[in-house]
Design a protein around this ligand. Structure first.
Ligand SMILES: Cc1cc2nc3c(=O)[nH]c(=O)nc-3n(C[C@H](O)[C@H](O)[C@H](O)COP(=O)(O)OP(=O)(O)OC[C@H]3O[C@@H](n4cnc5c(N)ncnc54)[C@H](O)[C@@H]3O)c2cc1C
Length: 615
């Protein structure tokens, strides 16, 4: 087995991982490597939305803004630590401008002002966008820079174990499909940029290549934080894309069919009067994430879709070919707000497709480029997981409780109940910068591996190589775990079912290395599928337990999920729930949020401080 030593390693080739590599090099930490299972995989490079958003301090016009105000916006989202919120606000401008300098085409006006717009949970027009593929453009710009510096990239190299003893990281064990062997990376500084644990959900708008590796960090003793907090919403599932904005505002038909395509019904009519259907569909356009405060409004649509797909086993489609039943020819029965909007857009007639063609032809082109013709066919949808606000816990340098392990990007749970749209992309850049600053000022000398870490590596190799050969069941394990997560641990939750899926995950973990089988012909690929299943089962065990414990402790419907006990009363908004798995048991607890610090504002004092933030 090959072994390497690096002063720091980065796992993941998304926007956060590349940013960390770039920053480390910038700060003089040059003996580093980036490791990725597939350079082209992951969320940043393969996802987008109507107007994919980056959230940053206002830098335009005459509207005042301040770092403190922006930190408070984050903080008001609930269950958020003030120190990381302050860092995300303070460094947003620096990180944004860095991306702009690298060539990400954020629009500026004739005088160079980066004009912004208001995104959700944003009081100050701090949002900007380089278009539907902002995160892809960011990743590619950062990647160009990293390649230019000559930082080695170990592609097709999958992390299979985080090696840590007594809450100190010592390295990682990977499997390389180029070497067809295990590779050991020794490093006491691991930037963990593996993205959100997307593989947990069968119903998902994350790109298919993204599964995440949160479970392997939890296995190594890292603490999870706000694991209850996600964003779910309506998305197409053939080609994964959020059906927000004009996709809803043009008022398509919502059709449900039996699994075999028979028995097509406009199922919303079974629950709502026509006018309410049109009003709520229209609002869904800009109230995209499921929100338990809107179950009498636009979010009722998500619930009705969920009932069809998950509870009745039917399929749901958006149909742009014909108007919904009950829609007046002049669209006079769609509610005042929708009527005014569509009138101003000049589309008070025609079919949903014709309205879409007039209002947003690019929305049609997008699906066409993925082989879906909205003019002639229906678009299959479901309520899908989109983003994990929570994740692994980090301090204000993005370092986890496992020293030397720095979760950055979506795998870091720096957000809580609500967050402004675009915060995820900013948090990834800021976290990468902070982690790099911290690593640059740390002792990075080479140290021998401890006996225990060698034992961990040997154990994982034995487990993976010892998997029984036969008819592979890795895909079935994945399907089973992700289906139960979408059914019971997504936007509609109930304590007992969460306990049951946590228990199912625990039992499957107990017998995992004995019951998982890989095929003879594809043993290498299958073993990597197996480690992915194992990672996801650990994550499911911890996430589902945290969700159940939160309900038991009186945290009710909030953020993007609904529980039968009703709306949350905000009593836990100043608390963060954390979770850890130790000796096979999950333990969760609540702690008060860290407040926004009263940071030093006197220039001479800061000037004379020898701070690692001065890099
Ligand atoms: C549809 C959609 C729309 C979104 N819109 C917005 C938006 O408008 N604004 C916003 O701020 N955010 C948005 N987000 C969220 C945002 O895109 C992500 O949070 C962000 O891109 C994550 O970046 P990352 O670098 O942390 O992870 P990723 O880009 O997911 O990268 C993770 C990397 O880790 C690698 N990896 C994982 N496991 C392993 C392993 N075991 N071994 C080796 N490598 C591994 C992956 O292959 C990948 O390279 C959206 C997300 C979705 C799905």
């Amino acid at each position: 087995m090959k072994q390497y030593f690096f002063e720091a390693i980065i796992i993941g080739s998304g926007a956060a991982g590349y940013a960390a590599a770039d920053r480390l090099f910038q700060f003089g930490v040059e003996n580093i490597a980036l490791i990725t299972e597939d350079r082209l995989a992951g969320t940043s490079r393969n996802t987008g939305s109507d107007k994919q958003t980056y959230y940053k301090l206002t830098m335009t016009g005459d509207q005042p803004d301040s770092v403190r105000q922006m930190a408070e916006t984050y903080f008001e989202g609930g269950a958020i630590d003030g120190d990381t919120a302050l860092c995300e606000a303070a460094l947003s401008a620096r990180c944004f401008l860095h991306l702009a300098e690298l060539g990400v085409p954020f629009p500026a006006n004739a005088y160079g002002e980066y004009v912004g717009y208001k995104t959700d949970h944003d009081p100050a027009k701090r949002a900007t966008s380089a278009g539907p593929l902002t995160s892809k453009l960011m990743t590619e710009a950062l990647e160009r820079r990293v390649i230019m510096t000559g930082i080695p990239i170990f592609d097709h190299c999958t992390l299979v174990r985080v090696l840590a003893v007594d809450d100190q990281a010592e390295g990682v064990l990977c499997y390389s499909t180029e070497e067809h062997d295990y590779v050991l990376f020794r490093s006491r500084h691991i930037v963990y940029a593996t993205g959100g644990p997307a593989g947990l959900y069968a119903r998902s708008v994350y790109p298919g290549s993204q599964h995440g590796s949160t479970g392997l960090a939890l296995e190594a003793g890292a603490v999870g934080k706000n694991l209850t907090e996600w964003q779910y919403g309506l998305a197409s599932i053939g080609f994964r894309w959020n059906v927000s904005g004009t996709y809803q505002q043009v008022l398509p038909r919502y059709i449900s069919t039996a699994a075999d395509g028979s028995d097509a019904r406009e199922f919303l009519r079974e629950a709502l009067p026509d006018e309410e259907i049109f009003t709520r569909t229209f609002l869904k356009g800009y109230q995209w994430p499921f929100d338990p405060r809107k179950t009498e409004g636009s979010s009722q649509i998500d619930i009705l879709v969920y009932q069809e797909t998950e509870l009745k086993g039917r399929r749901v489609y958006l149909d742009y070919r014909e108007n919904p039943a009950g829609l007046a020819g002049d669209l006079s029965n769609i509610g005042a707000e929708a009527h005014e909007y569509l009138e101003r857009s000049g589309v008070l007639s025609g079919t949903p497709f014709e309205r879409l063609a007039k209002m947003n032809p690019k929305a049609i082109d997008l699906y066409r480029s993925h082989g879906i013709d909205l003019e002639h066919e229906m678009l299959e949808i479901a309520v899908c997981a989109q983003h994990n606000n929570g994740g692994l816990a980090g301090d204000d340098w993005w370092q986890s409780n496992v020293r030397g392990l720095y979760p950055v990007g979506e795998v870091n749970g720096s957000h809580g109940v609500y967050r402004p749209g675009g915060s995820a992309l900013n948090a990834g850049q800021v976290g990468a910068l902070r982690a790099a600053q911290h690593i640059a000022s740390s002792d990075r000398g080479e140290k021998p591996l401890s006996e225990e870490v060698l034992r961990q590596a040997e154990e994982r190799i034995r487990q993976m190589e010892g998997l029984a050969k036969g008819a592979s069941n890795t895909a079935q394990i994945r399907r089973q775990l992700s289906t139960r997560m979408s059914l019971h641990a997504a936007h509609i939750r109930e304590e007992q079912s969460l306990r049951e899926i946590a228990e199912a995950a625990r039992q499957e973990l107990d017998g995992f290395w004995q019951s998982c089988t890989v095929s003879e012909a594809f043993a290498e690929e299958d073993r990597l599928q197996a480690i992915c299943d194992y990672d996801l089962l650990i994550a499911q065990y911890v996430y589902a337990t945290a969700m159940a414990d939160a309900i038991q402790n009186g945290v009710y419907s909030r953020g993007s999920y609904l529980v039968e006990q009703g709306m949350d009363n905000g009593s836990h908004n100043a608390m963060v729930q954390e979770a850890v798995v130790k000796d096979g048991e999950v333990r969760t607890w609540f702690r008060p949020v860290r407040p926004i610090p009263d940071s030093e504002q006197w220039f001479e004092t800061v000037y004379n401080q020898n701070s690692k933030t001065s890099t």
